[in-house]
Design a protein around this ligand. Structure first.
Ligand SMILES: [Zn+2]
Ligand SMILES: [Zn+2]
Length: 160
């Protein structure tokens, strides 16, 4: 019998392959080539659960010795988010982060180190969305941010 970890890894690699395939299709429809650079940018986000910022993606590519400009990284990440291949996490006081998860989930945000941790909760998923139509605002998504201190930062606090 396979372990939960093995199953999860297998599932993740399927999801990863599917996401790259989706991107390839969408690129083709738009007359764009899925260049190794574009692919590597997507992979850098898919392979991270740390909600990387554009600069972190750029650094990850530099470590892989891929020649790609900062501007290309920014533009490609924005394009990926627009296509819905990845999502954009915008939290006040922090730069834009990119999220490999496109399903409904919530974020725990550490106010000490800015870490963003994925968090699922059925009750939060079903929070009733208030009627905002009188403001002319159409809600498309609901995501809850819980702020606090992460485990690592709390451990540090205990030491000092
Ligand atoms: Zn922290
Ligand atoms: Zn997330």
């Amino acid at each position: 019998m396979r372990s939960v970890h093995e199953l999860r890894t297998e599932k993740n690699s399927q999801v990863r392959a599917q996401r790259i395939e989706d991107y390839r299709k969408l690129c083709r429809e738009r007359g764009l080539a899925l260049t190794p650079q574009r692919r590597a940018i997507l992979e850098a986000v898919l392979d991270s659960d740390a909600h990387p910022q554009a600069d972190e993606v750029y650094a990850a590519l530099a470590r892989r010795r891929l020649r790609v400009s900062r501007a290309t990284v920014f533009r490609t990440l924005e394009g990926l988010a627009r296509l819905g291949i990845i999502t954009k996490a915008c939290h006040p006081g922090s730069s834009v982060r990119y999220d490999s998860r496109t399903d409904l989930h919530h974020h725990l945000i550490c106010t000490a180190c800015d870490r963003v941790i994925d968090f699922s909760d059925k009750h939060l998923d079903s929070v009733p969305v208030p009627d905002t139509r009188r403001l002319g605002f159409v809600v498309s998504d609901l995501q809850v941010q819980l702020r606090g201190t992460c485990r690592e930062c709390r451990t540090q606090e205990d030491k000092t």
